[in-house]
Every structure is written in structure tokens, then in C-alpha cells.
Write a protein that binds this ligand. Structure first.
Ligand code: UD1
Ligand code: CA
Length: 452
């Protein structure tokens, strides 16, 4: 039986942030979410989060995750003190306790599985993940005897100069025999530089203690400050881009693009430089994105092309072309083969198949039928200062340049709106609507003489 405990009570002083450290995001997910996700494939019977600093905020951020137990550590007197808080909740538990630092976010599930396998096979009291960092500053150092058994861990700040030369470091990921750990937890002492109870001090009290060395340093990198946050973000971005390249996505300048884990790409998608994908996106086969796009929580059908544009919470069906310099906002749905051109903004609107809005328009709260041609500078005036109203335009209609459609308003099918019109009344199908001052001509006009 396996239980998992994630340490997430610390303040994260070195981040210098209002946000608890474990709630800092990388690639759109918080550190603690990532740690929890990494242990999901091991199907633990208990999942416990030790919370303390801003506990309510940390708990609230995980409200959507069922089956999590929260244990309060107050005050936060070190990682050993954090695990002491489990003595009561895990009173009757028998089996392994996997302890994960909440600030080590890039760990792979496969590595945790390997740790568990090694622990079981060597029948150890504890097995921990180690790594060799070229610069292990800040990490606890792991000391082994000749047989590769771990004898103790000494925190960086408690190391002698000689001990600091040891580059074998503690990743902060441990698999304990819970009963054996529980027996030594009360023996921890605060005789160290920080005056805290260190979980790492239990290692010297447990035998045999084994370790599993990891090659991929990114996996075991802890985040204590903004520099390490940026380094982990970069490592994760690299991982995501490599994954999608292996799945058939072309990036012309991969390093200039950022992805979220919840973005899914089809085959033969081309991503040009400076494109950013956030939240849960689905980008179907053959899309061409960029250069210069931000796409968030959106669904793009096959062969969609987007150039220098911002799309958020929208659905764009197959064959549409968007941009350059368009903004599609929440609730925009473009049916197949629409064209949205420069300086066009679409919000909370349904566009039928083949709608064209090529220049300088605002389409908000509108239902636009198939093949409608939106003339340059057409504006749906959807807001009366208090409420938003809808504009309906029937299939096959055309609006002239600089039309203002004052909502609520309904234009039937195949309506033509004359250029420069401001319309405030519904227009029946097939009609031509003018709403502008009639042009007058003064023939042989002589300009006034200059003043004397
Ligand atoms: C810890 C390890 C160190 C290891 C490193 C790996 C100890 C004493 N040291 O050091 O050997 O190399 O991780 O990244 O464990 N936390 C609590 N309650 C507390 C204190 C901390 O829940 O009272 C949580 C923090 O929120 C964090 C984790 O424990 O998620 C680690 O704490 P942190 O202070 O970052 O430990 P390190 O100094 O990095
Ligand atoms: Ca840390």
C-alpha cells in the first residue's frame, strides 16, 4: 500500500512573493498541481498535502481535485516537523510513504515508479532520489558508505567546507517504510543552522537507506527563487516542444514559442516564431500559426491559418484565416472558411460559414449568417451604456464601409447596407438600407473671397 505526502507548507521566503511558493505557475499549472499529477499513475491509497503558510489559499487552489487530504502544519518548523504532523492521520497505516517536496515540479511518473521499485526490491527502510549537480549549492549532500548505502544527509548550510565538495545531492523525494519512519520521527532535533526539524535527519536513523541516482537534473531541480523558477519553466518548455515535434509539429524557431501542457496539436501543424499557447487548446491537423500569435483556451479546426493575432476562448472551424492583427475574444465562434482580416475584433458572436470581415471592424454580440460580407469599418453598436444587445445579420447580406448597426437590430437575408449608414431599425430580407445624409451637389461652386 502506498500513501503520498506532498510538503507544501513552507512560505518560500526566497521567492519574495505574496503568493505561496507552491502556487507559482510554470507552463500554466502550479508547482503543487504538477507534483500531484506526477504521482497519479502510482495510484496511492492516500494523498496528503501538508499545508501551513496561506493554507486556505493552497487548499482553495486544489478544490477541484477529489480525494486529497489536507493536514495543517502550524507553525512551519521544518520538513521533519511537517511529516510529524502525519503521525496521527497515518496512525493505522501500513506500507510505503512517498514524500514529495512541493517545489520540485518536473519529476516524471516513471522516475517515481523506478524509485518505488528499487525501494521494494532492496527492502530498504528508505530510498531517496539523488542527483549530481555541477553546482549543488543549497541542496542537502548525500553521504554513502562503500556499499552505496546512504549513511546521512547534511544540509548545505550545515556542511563543512570538505563536505560541500560532495556533489551527490538530495532531491527531496523519498520512499519510506512508514512504520519505521514513524518510529524515528519523534527523535528529530533542531541542532542545525536553521533550528528546524529536518526530515533529512531521519535518514541516518534508518537502515538500510538506499538511493536512486537520476540523470536528468531538470527532473529533480527544486524551485526556491525566481531564477530557478525561470530555469524550470525553460526546461519544461523544452520538454513540451520536443514532445510535439516528435508528434509531427514543425516549429521554425522553437525557442521563441511557449506551450501549455493542456495544448494538443494535430499532425503537420506549422508554428512560426513567437507563438504562445496557453490553457487548453486543440489545434487540428495542418494549421499554420504565426508568426506572432497568442492562443488561449481555443479550438482550431483543420487547416486554420492565424497570423499576428490574439485568440482567447474561441472556436475557429476548418479552413478559416485570421489576421494579421485580429483579436478574437471569448465566445467568438467562426464556422468553416471565414476570413477575419486586419484590425477586426470579434466577441461573443457566431459567424456562419464563409463570412468575410477583412478590415477594421467590431463584431460583438452578433449572429451573422453564412457568406455575409462585412464591409470595412462596420461596427455593431452593442452597448447602450447599460446593457448589451444583439445584432442579427441574415445569410448573404453585405454591409457597406463604415456601417454602424445599433443593436438590438435584425437584418434579414440578402440585405445590402449602404456605405456610411447608421441603422437603428430592422431591415427585411432582400432590401437595400440607407441611413445617411443624402449627398447634395452645388454646381459651379465658388469659394468665398478671402477677408479684406
Ligand atoms: C530540502 C531538503 C534538501 C534537499 C532539497 C531539494 C530538508 C531539510 N532539506 O531543502 O536536503 O536537497 O529540499 O529540493 O528537507 N516545507 C514544509 N514545512 C516546513 C518547511 C518546508 O511543508 O516547515 C515544504 C516547503 O513548502 C517545500 C519543501 O517542504 O515544498 C522543501 O522545503 P524547502 O525549505 O524548500 O527545503 P530546501 O531548503 O530546498
Ligand atoms: Ca526547496
Amino acid at each position: 500500500m502506498l500513501a503520498v505526502a506532498v510538503l507544501a507548507a513552507g512560505k518560500g521566503t526566497r521567492m519574495k512573493s505574496q503568493l505561496p511558493k507552491v502556487l507559482q505557475p510554470i507552463a500554466g499549472a502550479t508547482l503543487v498541481e504538477r507534483v500531484l499529477t506526477s504521482c497519479e499513475p502510482l495510484v496511492p491509497v492516500r494523498r496528503i498535502l501538508v499545508v501551513g503558510h496561506q493554507a486556505e489559499r493552497v487548499e482553495a487552489s486544489l478544490a477541484g481535485k477529489p480525494g486529497l487530504e489536507f493536514v495543517l502544519q502550524s507553525p512551519q518548523n521544518g520538513t521533519g516537523h511537517a511529516i510529524q504532523q502525519l503521525l496521527d492521520p497515518l496512525r493505522d497505516f501500513q506500507g510505503e510513504l512517498l514524500v514529495l517536496n512541493g517545489d520540485v515540479p518536473l519529476l516524471r511518473s516513471e522516475t517515481l515508479e523506478a524509485l518505488l521499485a528499487k525501494h521494494r526490491q532492496s527492502q530498504a527502510a528508505v530510498t531517496l532520489l539523488t542527483a549530481r549537480f555541477a553546482d549543488p549549492t543549497g541542496y542537502g549532500r548525500v553521504f554513502t558508505d562503500g556499499d552505496d548505502r546512504v549513511s546521512c544527509i547534511v544540509e548545505h548550510r550545515d556542511c563543512s567546507r570538505e563536505q560541500r565538495l560532495n556533489t551527490l545531492t538530495n532531491a527531496g523525494i523519498y520512499c519510506f517504510d512508514w512504520q519505521k519512519l514513524a518510529a524515528v520521527l519523534p527523535d528529530l532535533r533542531t541542532d542545525n543552522d536553521q533550528g528546524e526539524l529536518y526530515l533529512t535527519d531521519t535518514i541516518a536513523l534508518l537502515s538500510p537507506a538506499c538511493h536512486l541516482e537520476v540523470d536528468d537534473l531538470a527532473e529533480v531541480s527544486g524551485i526556491n527563487d525566481r531564477l530557478q523558477l525561470a530555469e524550470c519553466e525553460a526546461a519544461l518548455q523544452d520538454r513540451l516542444r520536443r514532445h510535439w515535434m516528435a508528434e509531427g509539429v514543425t516549429f521554425t524557431d522553437p525557442a521563441s514559442c511557449t506551450l501549455s501542457e493542456a495544448t494538443r496539436f494535430g499532425r503537420d501543424v506549422l508554428v512560426e516564431p513567437q507563438c504562445h499557447f496557453r490553457g487548453a487548446n486543440t489545434i487540428a491537423d495542418g494549421c499554420k500559426i504565426g508568426p506572432g500569435c497568442l492562443i488561449e483556451a481555443s479550438t482550431l479546426g483543420e487547416g486554420v491559418e492565424v497570423l499576428y493575432s490574439v485568440l482567447r476562448q474561441v472556436r475557429v472551424d476548418a479552413g478559416c484565416a485570421v489576421g494579421p492583427f485580429a483579436q478574437l475574444r471569448a465566445g467568438a465562434h467562426l464556422a468553416a472558411d471565414c476570413r477575419i482580416g486586419n484590425f477586426v475584433e470579434v466577441k461573443n458572436s457566431q459567424l456562419g460559414e464563409g463570412v468575410k470581415a477583412n478590415h477594421l471592424s467590431y463584431l460583438g454580440d452578433a449572429d451573422i449568417g453564412a457568406r455575409v460580407n462585412i464591409g470595412a469599418g462596420t461596427i455593431t453598436a452593442n452597448f447602450d451604456g447599460v446593457n448589451k444587445h444583439r445584432t442579427v445579420i441574415g445569410a448573404g447580406s453585405k454591409t457597406g464601409a463604415n456601417s454602424v448597426l445599433v443593436a438590438p437590430i435584425v437584418l434579414g437575408e440578402a440585405v445590402t447596407v449602404a456605405a456610411g449608414s447608421t441603422l437603428t431599425k430592422d431591415v427585411p430580407a432582400g432590401a437595400l438600407a440607407f441611413g445617411r445624409a443624402r449627398q447634395e451637389i452645388k454646381p459651379d461652386w465658388r469659394p468665398p473671397a478671402p477677408a479684406a
